[in-house]
Design a binder for this molecule. Structure first.
Ligand SMILES: Nc1ncnc2c1ncn2[C@@H]1O[C@H](COP(=O)(O)OP(=O)(O)OP(=O)(O)O)[C@@H](O)[C@H]1O
Ligand SMILES: [Mg+2]
Length: 457
């Protein structure tokens, strides 16, 4: 739930609770006051009846206390009250109910029911009448619950109305004040979204509120730290790939110049030995031929090692020719069992060293994987340069897609890649690109690498 809405719900609930509490307190006070009135009425009427008994006894009055009951009540009875005078045996001697007009009170029915349920118990007040220490009956005051509820409603109605209006006004005010106070939180969330989407240059705004300010500065410090670490990791991976390429190149040179020359010399010498032996010592000829076979085998191994260590002629022939040579090599090697389609579009011939070698290595690893794992009939290789924008805003990408129609063992390759995929990812990450591997909808795997091209290239 939205923080503003969440706070508003809490404020409204608290206000409603406070209002209900205040209303209950007023109702309780009203109830106390009404009960007190009934007690006062019972006390007054009781005393007056006792006075009449005394007057009659001394002969001042010839009537019974009950005959003057109406006169007695005038002074004490209030609307909505029934007052009865009962004889000591409980017989009703006199009663009087002071009427009232319920239709004028406009009390909601639910309120009357609620009031009667909560405060209805023990509302009758009984006051014993005595004369010369002997019980002479009792005065019973019974209030009419409808009237009592109307009285309570009269007291509570304006208070609840005023409080509810004030509360409503306060809530509207709170809504705007909270919205204003939370404006920095919106900016913080926007900043966090940018950070989460990978924009590590994004920073959260400086905020006056202490709590939000601390969150902001804490996240900014973390982002700065992360940015430094990512930059350091990228630089390291970059260096690793470069060092690996340099190492491969120097190893290839060493093998070619030293080992290759020695093998060539050995090959020439073996030919001389075999020739001399066939003239002077024929029994040595088979041994000589065997040495010759071993030397040739070593030369073949060396050749394939050199091919793997250094893409042949990438500096001299260019990337496009090297990719064509790579694909035709694989095509010839498969004996036509596997069909290769190579499509190169856009300007990819003059890319700088780390990018062109990486493209070659990525395609090379993908083709190796297809032949090793896929059992495919067809491989499509697409290398294209995508141009975005122009002038200073130009940001090109190299898009490499290798798709086959072979079989894949579930998603296992994504969870436990071998050295090939890891190396590919590192190369691409070092160049600031991204690699995705997705099973194709029908069958086979789709490997896609997107590599950004620097402005100058
Ligand atoms: N084109 C493909 N079709 C089917 N499975 C593939 C394909 N490419 C890769 N895989 C799966 O992904 C896994 C990881 O490939 P990766 O190239 O990283 O390792 P590898 O080829 O097994 O060993 P290496 O380290 O020699 O490259 C493979 O073992 C294979 O199961
Ligand atoms: Mg592999």
């Amino acid at each position: 739930m939205d923080l503003r809405l969440h706070l508003m719900v809490r404020i409204v609930l608290t206000s409603v609770l406070c209002l209900a509490g205040a209303a209950l307190a007023v109702l309780w006070q009203t109830d106390r006051a009404l009960r007190e009135k009934s007690e006062i009425a019972a006390e007054n009427v009781g005393r007056l009846v006792e006075l009449h008994l005394i007057e009659r006894n001394i002969g001042f009055l010839r009537t019974s206390p009950a005959s003057n009951f109406a006169e007695v009540l005038d002074a004490s009875q209030r609307a909505g009250q029934c007052i009865r005078y009962l004889s000591p045996s409980g017989e009703l001697m006199e009663s009087s109910c002071h009427g009232w007009e319920p239709s004028n009170s406009a009390v909601p029915a639910w309120f009357s029911t609620l009031f009667a349920t909560v405060f209805g118990a023990d509302r009758e007040v009984t006051r014993a009448v005595q004369f010369r220490g002997r019980p002479r009956g009792a005065v019973v005051v019974s209030p009419d619950m409808q009237h009592e509820a109307a009285e309570a409603w009269r007291r509570i109605g304006p208070m609840v109305g005023l409080s509810a209006t004030t509360m409503l006004g306060l809530c509207v005010l709170c809504y705007f004040v909270i919205g204003r106070a939370l404006r920095p939180a919106r900016d913080i969330l926007n900043g966090l979204d940018r950070l989460a989407s990978g924009d590590l240059d994004a920073r959260l705004p400086t905020v006056q509120l202490i709590e939000l300010g601390r969150i902001s500065s804490g996240v900014n410090a973390l982002a700065a730290h992360l940015q430094l670490n990512v930059a350091a990791r990228e630089a390291l991976t970059h260096k690793l790939v470069r060092v690996q390429e340099e190492e491969r190149r120097s190893l290839a040179h060493e093998l070619h110049d030293e080992f290759g020359q020695c093998l060539a010399a050995l090959n020439a010498m073996t030919a001389v030995v075999v020739e001399t032996a066939s003239a002077q010592c024929p029994e040595l000829v088979p041994q000589g031929k065997r040495i010759d076979d071993v030397v040739r085998r070593m030369m073949e191994v060396l050749k394939s090692m050199l091919l793997r260590l250094r893409p042949p002629g990438i500096d001299e022939l260019g990337l496009v020719e090297c990719l064509k040579a790579l694909v035709s090599g694989w095509s010839g090697g498969s004996g036509g069992r596997l069909r290769f389609d190579l499509e190169i579009t856009g300007e990819v011939g003059a890319l700088p060293e780390p990018i062109n070698v990486s493209i070659y290595r990525i395609v090379q690893e993908c083709l190796t994987n297809v032949s090793k794992h896929a059992e495919a009939d067809r491989v499509a290789i697409k290398v294209q340069r995508i141009v975005h924008g122009n002038g200073a805003a130009r940001g090109d990408q190299i898009d490499i897609i290798v798709e086959d129609d072979g079989k894949i063992a579930g998603e296992a390759f994504a969870a436990a890649p071998g050295i090939g995929l890891i190396g590919m990812r590192e190369r691409i990450a070092a160049l600031g690109g991204e690699l995705t591997l997705k099973p194709r909808p029908d069958k086979g795997l789709r490997v896609r690498a997107l590599i950004p091209v620097p402005h100058t290239a």
